[in-house]
Design a protein around this ligand. Structure first.
Ligand code: ZN
Ligand code: ZN
Length: 408
């Protein structure tokens, strides 16, 4: 039987696991209930399972028993990753399996990733005898801003099989843009680097009627916000773009008092090392110079968060070929542009060549163009995508191991 048919055969159990995870979402690095559900789903499979120390991760290793005649070595290693954490959002979907925890919701579809990866572990376990290598299943907490992938790397996920993976793959569902069941990937930059800029402008407070006797930080901070937009358009190549968005701006208490300080937070997105390096250098300099020009001081902290998610060209091509072979060419799309969102799977792809693939999960009857986006309180993801994602995880591992073995 084809892997895709086998995935369809267990689609109901995968959906059940997904709904159970969705109903009890957890945020951050500590996801004990989600971890327990994953361990339960993997129970009885021929896997070497370990759990994280500083985070509630699950690492499962499946060793195939198809040894090549020419080699005594157990064969190459492939890593598959699914993230498990939710977001601080109060769900408004009205789904029967909606979050039972106010203020917490699987609004990014990580519940689907976890369930699909567990499904793939089941399918591949059933094929252990013919598996020409080893698969690491990486169940990861803390994708949404906690760099859980980097923590799992620090705890040894890339060495879990005894040797490093030759390839790594990650999947992500999207509630809009892509029609349900359509896959999308590209070589090179797949998602942006996301960094945080924290600015504090220090002036001297006073009476609002006599600003010349004070040093007002508010107009200076406003000037910085607009100057950052000019920096974006005048210092960066339009074909290697960057995004800076000030998402938080705070100063003062009332209309007739000039405050001592103004503060703002911005996110900076980039798609190359060059642009990211330039942002880290130019932003603090610009902030400092504007403050100095007005006789104030300012501090700009540029904090590197997630790097660019870079797909290896050969692995992205392999993923696209696998999608075409398993689902038909019409189900795969070569993404024209990278996504301005960010992913901590980037930390894995910094060390292992691989590919990150998007999967459309927009519910039937909904227009993908206007559907609520990931992270929205109304974002919904169709269970119909579950069998496809499960099959793709399993096929990527099977075909990549066979390819690697053939090249021995
Ligand atoms: Zn997200
Ligand atoms: Zn996500």
């Amino acid at each position: 039987m084809r892997v895709h048919d086998e995935a369809a055969g267990i689609a109901e159990e995968i959906a059940e696991l997904r709904h159970a995870i969705h109903r009890e979402p957890e945020i951050g690095l500590d996801l004990p209930k989600t971890q327990a559900k994953v361990l339960d789903a993997l129970d009885g499979l021929p896997l070497e399972i370990s759990t994280g120390q500083g985070l509630s991760s699950v690492t499962a290793v499946l060793r195939g028993s198809a040894h090549s005649r020419a080699h005594s070595r157990p064969g190459p290693v492939v890593l598959l990753r699914g993230d498990m954490d939710a977001l601080p959002v109060t769900e408004e979907t009205g789904l029967p399996y909606a979050s039972a925890t106010p203020g917490v919701m699987h609004a990014c579809g990580h519940d689907l990733h976890t369930a699909m990866l567990a499904g793939a572990a089941r399918l591949l376990s059933a094929r252990q005898a013919e598996l020409p290598g080893t698969v690491i299943f990486m169940f990861q907490p803390g994708e949404e801003g906690y760099a859980g992938a980097r923590r799992m790397i620090d705890e040894g996920v890339l060495e879990a099989a005894g040797e490093r993976p030759v390839a790594a793959y990650g999947l992500h569902v999207t509630s809009q843009r892509l029609p349900c069941g359509t896959f999308s990937t590209r070589p090179g930059a797949m998602l942006a680097a996301a960094d945080q800029i924290t600015v504090t402008v220090r002036g001297r407070g006073g009476h609002a009627s006599t600003p010349h006797r004070a040093a007002d930080p508010i107009p200076v901070a406003c000037e910085m916000v607009t100057a950052l937009q000019t920096l974006v358009t005048r210092k960066f190549d339009v074909f290697d773009p960057v995004v800076i968005t000030v998402g938080s701006f705070h100063a003062g208490t009332t209309d007739n008092v000039i405050p001592d300080e103004a503060r703002f937070l911005a996110t900076a997105r980039s798609f190359s090392q060059e642009s990211r390096g330039a942002l880290a250098e130019l932003v603090p300099r610009l902030i400092g110079e504007i403050a100095r020009g007005h006789g104030l001081t300012a501090e700009a902290i540029y904090a590197a968060e997630y790097p660019v998610t870079v797909n290896d060209a050969a692995e992205a091509a392999f993923a696209a070929e696998t999608i075409a072979a398993v689902f038909g060419a019409e189900r795969g799309e070569r993404a024209q542009f990278p996504i301005t969102g960010a992913e901590d799977f980037s930390f894995v792809l910094e060390q292992v060549p691989g590919a990150f693939v998007m999967l459309g999960a927009c519910p039937a009857g909904t227009d993908p163009i206007t559907a609520p986006t990931n992270h929205s309180a109304r974002a919904t993801f169709d269970d119909a995508a579950l069998a496809d994602g499960t099959a793709l995880y399993a096929e990527l591992a099977l075909r990549r191991l066979a390819m690697s073995r053939a090249g021995d």
